[in-house]
Design a protein around this ligand. Sequence first.
Ligand SMILES: [Zn+2]
Length: 139
Amino acid sequence: MLQPVEIDPRRFCRDAQSWETRSDVSAFPRLVREFTQGELFCRVGGRADAHGGMALDLRIHGEVELTCQRCLGGLKHVIAIDRTVRLAGNEVELERLDQLPDGDAVLAGDRLDLLQLVEDEVLLSLPLAAMHATGECPV
Ligand SMILES: [Zn+2]
């Protein structure tokens, strides 16, 4: 099981650090229930611009298998997430950043768990009800 990856988000961005893992879905504490099999490649890179704005670039790719809600058979699903999450210094800034086009922001406390961030993005990207197309259940 993967352990939390706690970082200091500001330092992570300022120093342009990165973290990556290639792991079986069973190693993700909150994803293991969603997927029956598959592997995910995750990379988080920090960056800071000249104006003090900080952001994390997330890349999460992989092919996994969900459970079809209709036939309970395996359903292939491709995860392909490429997005930027900006760091907000406080609640006001968080609201402002969230309203930007393709805005996605997190409140940057002293610590941030990258594993949790990655899991959040994956869970948000999943279909509400995973199902084969009508008439395509193999059973
Ligand atoms: Zn099905």
